[in-house]
Design a protein around this ligand. Sequence first.
Ligand SMILES: NC(=O)c1ccc[n+]([C@@H]2O[C@H](COP(=O)([O-])OP(=O)(O)OC[C@H]3O[C@@H](n4cnc5c(N)ncnc54)[C@H](O)[C@@H]3O)[C@@H](O)[C@H]2O)c1
Length: 326
Amino acid sequence: MILVTGGAGYIGSHAVKELVKSGHRVVVLDNLSTGHRAAVDKKAIFCPGDLHDLKFIHDIFGEYPIELVMHFAAHSIVPQSMQEPLLSYRNLNCTINLLEAMLKAGVRKLVFSSTAAVYGEPLETPIPENHPLKPTNPYGQSKAWIEAILEQLHRANGLDYISLRYFNAAGADPEGELGEEHHPETHLIPIILKAALQGEEVSVFGSDYPTKDGTPVRDYIHVSDLISAHLLAMEALLQGRKQREIYNLGHQRGYSVLEVIDAARQVTGLDIPYRMADRRPGDPSTLVASSAKIKAELGWEPRYSDLQTIIATAWEWVRQHPRGYA
Ligand SMILES: NC(=O)c1ccc[n+]([C@@H]2O[C@H](COP(=O)([O-])OP(=O)(O)OC[C@H]3O[C@@H](n4cnc5c(N)ncnc54)[C@H](O)[C@@H]3O)[C@@H](O)[C@H]2O)c1
């Protein structure tokens, strides 16, 4: 059985759907702080509760024969964490509770949701996994510290783990059942598409970055491709082929904010107005992944991550669910 923390959230719900489809029994732990009950696959067992509650987590491991944990649950709203860093640092408490309960129950396999934000402003592009970690925001710092804890538990307690550093997750379930819904929404593609739907203006944060058009450049990776990487990581851990790895997950292509708006105009056929606003503190200028390592070692190949497909699937979700999961 697989425990998925944060399985009601954007990426976690896509993972649960794929795990169930591939025949796994799945337990979802989620406090619904940013997730949606309706996003959880009906064949999964849903345990509503909070990772701050150690007894609750112990009870789940006591009740279900968990073999491996996929740990998606986190506070990940970067602009909020710039104003209130403890929101991100509480991710440490939650993860330590989870790890404590795992070790006590003898569960020693974990796939962890890390982030490109651990790198900070890159010294080289595309960014390889051995690039120095210099996060520019508390969110990235919290994930870098968790990775350091995982490494120590690997040595001291035999915890086997794969940490997946996602670049910008985007897009929606190609079957149209799941999509991205956050309140507030801080991710570019859903912001653009909701603005397109509602005829509103998009704010572009920063126009003086050292990039091709002055707006930040990001590497967008389709959520379904992220999930296929999770399944490969899970199999490698369960079969004992891997004990401790860190992999980037990106498409190795960077798009500026203005290029994404332009692509969204092409997909939607709508004129999407925008205005320039100040930079957001903590945002690096360019984040583009080298994903050569996971391709070579686990045979991962993104299938949906060209920008048109990402935007088309996200647009389909937004059009079909203008009120999200409500
Ligand atoms: N979305 C991205 O582009 C991106 C990029 C890099 C890394 N990540 C990481 O991927 C993971 C999932 O991101 P997402 O975009 O799906 O976020 P999300 O907010 O949609 O999902 C997080 C889920 O965790 C749950 N949760 C949060 N705190 C909890 C707690 N204390 N106890 C129990 N449940 C809790 C929420 O209710 C939600 O369902 C996060 O760890 C995030 O840091 C996301």
